[in-house]
Design a protein around this ligand. Structure first.
Ligand SMILES: [Zn+2]
Ligand SMILES: [Zn+2]
Length: 159
């Protein structure tokens, strides 16, 4: 945790920004909830728990700055809400997401599955790819499990 904060501090410094206490509080929340895909509002509520003096506008500006510096990625899963996702350190590409249409859970695939697709696109469309976003929409393993169990009502009718 402290190591990663230090590295983020250096990233900010190299772009002439300081890791102010307000920015640090926001970064800590993102690190603590790394896999949660928080909205700006979610981040703000968590920051407020520890630092009630920090306002939503400050958190929002920090998130925009971190996005600009590519420390976090801003994503949208089609529900109109921007979410903030810490970029994996040293990752050349943004990780992929599995979004469940039943429960809304978001799982991550850290492996890059698009290497060959990228090579093909670069060649055929003469396009230099820098990054990509890949989101799969479907039913997660947890919800698939739920669907297999017969309901109580169903048993009663069958008898
Ligand atoms: Zn993610
Ligand atoms: Zn689900």
């Amino acid at each position: 945790m402290e190591e990663r904060i230090n590295r983020i501090k250096k990233q900010l410094h190299s772009s002439s920004y300081k890791l102010t206490p307000q920015r640090e509080a926001t970064v800590r929340v993102l690190l603590e909830h790394e896999e949660d895909h928080l909205s700006a509002e979610d981040v703000y509520l968590l920051v407020k728990e520890k630092s009630p003096e920090i306002g939503l506008a400050t958190v929002y500006r920090t998130l925009e700055l971190l996005t600009e510096l590519k420390i976090v990625d801003k994503i949208n899963f089609g529900d109109g809400v921007s979410r903030y996702d810490l970029r994996q350190e040293g990752a050349a590409h943004f990780h992929h997401h599995l979004v469940c249409m039943e429960c809304g859970a978001v799982d991550e695939i850290q492996e890059d599955l698009l290497g060959e697709v990228e090579m093909d696109v670069e060649k055929r469309w003469n396009f230099k790819i820098k990054d990509h976003r890949l989101t799969f929409h479907g039913i997660c393993y947890r919800c698939q499990g739920k669907q297999e169990k017969p309901s109580v009502n169903h048993d009663a009718v069958e008898r």
